[in-house]
Design a binder for this molecule. Structure first.
Ligand code: AMP
Ligand code: MG
Length: 398
């Protein structure tokens, strides 16, 4: 069984150079133990502001390889390197690389925080297992005090994907890690629930056209990035922010997908997940069904023994949820995501909702769409990858 050690994030502060001051004795002891394990090449699970991560010393290929074996992660899915200070970032970069002005703007605006930037990799420093042999390395500076302190106390950049078996929803609480990786990880630092609840935004600003390409939407929204660039570049040409698959396609990415879920199913619980689209327009040729047809099909479904136990993840004001929940035969397990007026709460609760409903033993999870703007873009990116099926609901039937 893994050792679970509580850490108090409020007991940690940082000076301007990213050096931590830790006032709680037990938090300091937990971080020291975690750091010793990391230097012994053992992976350690720890809280970040996005999701719980599985950390290993990034510059040690053997340590990094244990992340892949613990998670069952495909070797062609590169890892993000986490730093605790800008000087640690500089120590990783090729000697003649100058940080582009747009990157400096974004670092100033969003670091520490859930924004990952691609940099050219220096193969004399970064093991190829980290980058999956790509010419770039992804780096971010987490804002969770426990995460940043663990990097600083270990005095080493840490590779850290989400602390879950590959393909499963990401853990946003220490209990989620415990349930998923019990027997596979020796130490979990428990810093409470994650604030953001979705992974970082992964961004590539290395192209000659100066544009910013969002490879994975995440904790920092496209709108926030556009606003930061607009403020800093006023009067000059403002880089455009392009979202993968919405605003651009890239044959190289499609051929050798580096962004999670492009190639592999992702974020999926062990039970089927159906995405319900009740507000957006169905694509040509797609059939819409009424809520009563959906209910009838749930009840006749052969996977579910009567009465079917159905998990429902929907915003609190959902008219569709209200209608479905009136069905007296289905055993409903409702998990309220929060209000559409507070999308950051919906983001924070999404993975917890999927994992909680799975834990409650439902036969199937229905999840309702949210608008794809602000945090909604990252939420829907994860939801679409978690869902094995999409069901369009006739809008005027609500
Ligand atoms: P995670 O599994 O949440 O830690 O996220 C890691 C993800 O970051 C990968 O699946 C990629 O999408 C992205 N990433 C990491 N390194 C690179 C890279 N060198 N080029 C492009 N994307 C990267
Ligand atoms: Mg992950």
């Amino acid at each position: 069984m893994p050792k679970v050690l509580k850490c108090d994030p409020t007991s940690i502060s940082f000076d301007n150079d990213g050096r931590p001051r830790i006032t709680s004795q037990y938090t300091r002891a937990a971080l020291r133990l975690a750091s010793r394990r990391l230097h012994d090449l053992q992976p350690v699970a720890f809280p970040t502001e996005t999701v719980y991560g599985l950390a290993a010393i990034a510059l040690n290929p053997e340590a990094a390889s244990r992340i892949f074996s613990t998670k069952g992660r495909p070797a062609d899915n590169p890892l993000i390197v986490h730093v605790s200070s800008q000087s640690m970032l500089h120590s990783l970069l090729p000697p003649h690389f100058t940080i582009p002005p747009s990157y400096q703007t974004l670092i100033d605006a969003f670091w520490p925080g859930p924004l990952t930037l691609l940099f050219p990799t220096d193969i004399s420093k970064i093991p190829s297992i980290i980058t999956a042999s790509h010419s770039t390395v992804a780096v971010r500076m987490p804002s969770h005090p426990v995460a940043r302190a663990l990097i600083a106390v270990s005095n080493a950049p840490l590779a850290a994907p989400s602390a879950n078996s590959s393909g499963k929803p990401s853990p946003t609480r220490a209990e989620h890690v415990f349930r998923d990786l019990n027997g596979k990880v020796g130490l979990i630092l428990d810093g409470g629930p994650c604030d953001i609840g979705l992974e970082s935004t992964v961004l590539d600003g290395l192209h000659h056209d100066g544009n910013i390409r969002i490879l994975r939407p995440g904790g920092i929204t496209v709108e926030q990035i556009e606003e930061a660039l607009r403020l800093a570049h006023s009067g000059h040409s403002i880089p455009r922010v392009l979202v993968h698959r919405r605003d651009f396609v890239d044959d190289a990415i499609e051929q050798a997908p580096t962004t999670p879920g492009m190639k592999y199913r992702h974020y999926s619980p062990a039970i089927p997940v159906t995405l319900l689209r009740a507000t957006s327009h169905p694509p040509a040729g797609a059939n819409s069904i009424s809520p009563s047809t959906l209910l009838a099909s749930l009840k006749s479904s052969t996977v579910a023994n009567p009465p079917p136990k159905v998990g429902l993840l929907a915003p609190s004001e959902s008219a569709l949820a209200k209608k479905l929940l009136q069905d007296p035969v289905i055993q409903w397990h409702r998990y309220t995501l929060g209000s559409l007026s507070e999308m950051s709460i919906i983001a924070q609760r999404l993975f917890d909702g999927l994992l909680s409903l799975e834990q409650e033993g439902v036969d199937l999870i229905l999840i309702e769409e949210v608008p794809e703007e602000n945090e909604g873009l990252a939420i829907m990116n994860r939801v679409k990858k978690a869902a094995s099926e999409t069901c369009w609901i006739v809008p005027n039937s609500l």
